[in-house]
Design a protein around this ligand. Structure first.
Ligand SMILES: CC(C)(COP(=O)(O)OP(=O)(O)OC[C@H]1O[C@@H](n2cnc3c(N)ncnc32)[C@H](O)[C@@H]1OP(=O)(O)O)[C@@H](O)C(=O)NCCC(=O)NCCS
Length: 211
């Protein structure tokens, strides 16, 4: 018996090709995606990689996205290569134009590198969101439409705006701690299947009884 869609399929639902499992369409080694995380875009969800910009292997930064994330159309993950040198008189990138100007190639120390971008599990990102380099978004967070995420967002917080700030917590601290401890997204497919009603319930007492 199959317990839900095949996490190794490109389209979890063949009748809805605007949604694809990102893990199965990404070729770049510096993008790491967990099972069941999807990108939804009627203009070509398979082109998710085009939304991860300025991402150069020599800079070493990774985009890491956990399991069961829902990412709406218009996402832009700006990676570390997006930032020009800023401590110099000019920010103009002479070196990339060549013709001798490459003598002004910045060193890695000249750039303000911010490390990996890490999106947790069960994160819902609304449409037209931009995530800046080095940001960490915690498990269970919701990012409102049209936000620009410039700082870390804690788990199970709803955040929005430009710059993206916490709007509210989704649950009380006790339940957040509980959800972070059970990590339902790591359960085997059958256990998720068996507990689907509880996971999809807003009845927090019921959720606390999940085994
Ligand atoms: C974030 C979101 C889930 C909040 O939903 P909600 O709790 O029903 O929101 P409300 O309308 O009650 O607003 C709650 C607060 O969030 C603020 N807010 C809502 N959307 C916001 C946004 N996009 N940017 C900034 N702030 C936002 C509201 O102004 C309000 O602030 P206040 O408490 O100071 O008055 C929703 O607004 C949203 O952006 N959903 C994403 C939809 C989407 O893009 N879907 C794509 C397909 S999956």
């Amino acid at each position: 018996m199959q317990y839900g869609p095949d996490p190794n399929a490109i389209y979890p639902n063949e009748g809805m090709k605007s949604i694809c499992y990102i893990k199965n369409v990404v070729a770049r080694r510096n993008i790491v995606i967990g099972d069941y995380s999807y990108y939804d875009d009627v203009n070509g969800a398979e082109n998710f990689e085009d939304h991860v910009t300025h991402h150069y292997e020599f800079l070493g930064d990774k985009l890491v996205i956990g399991k069961f994330c829902a990412i709406a159309k218009g996402i832009e993950f700006e990676m570390n290569g997006a930032n020009h040198r800023m401590r110099s008189v000019t920010t103009y990138p002479f070196n990339i134009m060549g013709h001798g100007w490459e003598k002004a190639t910045p060193t890695l120390a000249d750039l303000s590198l911010k490390g990996d971008t890490v999106i947790g599990n069960d994160v819902w990102i609304g449409q037209n969101v931009t995530v800046m380099p080095g940001v960490h978004i915690g498990d269970g967070a919701i990012i409102a439409a049209n936000s620009v995420v410039v700082k870390d967002i804690p788990p199970y917080h709803i955040a929005g705006g430009n710059p993206c700030k916490t709007i509210k917590k989704r649950f009380d601290d006790e339940l957040i701690e509980y959800l972070l401890s059970i990590k339902w997204w790591d359960w085997p497919a059958q256990k998720i299947f068996d507990n689907l009603e509880n996971i999809c319930s807003g009845d927090l007492k019921k959720i606390k009884k999940i085994k």
